[in-house]
Design a protein around this ligand. Sequence first.
Ligand code: ADP
Length: 177
Amino acid sequence: MEKIAIFPGSFDPFTIGHESIVRRAAGIFDRIIIMVGHNTNKKSYFPLEKRVKWIREVFEFDNNISVEVHDGLTVDFCKKVGARYILRGLRTSADFEFERAIAQVNKQMYPEIETVFLLTIPEHTPVNSTIVRDIIMHGGDASRFLPRNFTMNGFKPGITEQSETDSTDTPGTPSKQ
Ligand code: ADP
């Protein structure tokens, strides 16, 4: 049976830390689906379409890695696509405590599911989407924390309107949410 792993997250934005976890896991599983959570009640900085597009570009040459959007429980998405593994990254003990509860609850809801954790490489430990987002929002250069083919061109700090529909294809265009 094909071993499919789901990598769920908001990826607001997707960072080198996320990319590293996915690439390492791609050698373990047959297929990885990056599930971009779309929670209508949760505000995101970058528009959903752009978060998805940027991640697709990162993995455009990786046939076993795809990106999908899901609004709802991760376990429901796993059932829908036939995945038996949830992939998560661990940076710190705080991550562990948070992830432990989610993984145990997911296991209760869907006993066939296994959550698999990969420890981050040391240099990615401080990288998180919130900090990267803050750097971008304040006009800083966050490129060292983003996957290689992300570009920061077109960044306009403080722009909050029309971001869902404008044609700028680069990180830095905030969501209007
Ligand atoms: P969430 O919205 O669930 O917090 P994120 O988009 O922040 O999701 O992250 C998704 C997953 O990636 C989580 O398992 C998180 O621990 C992991 N992750 C985030 N940043 C890093 C990093 N720098 N190194 C390793 N794993 C990371």
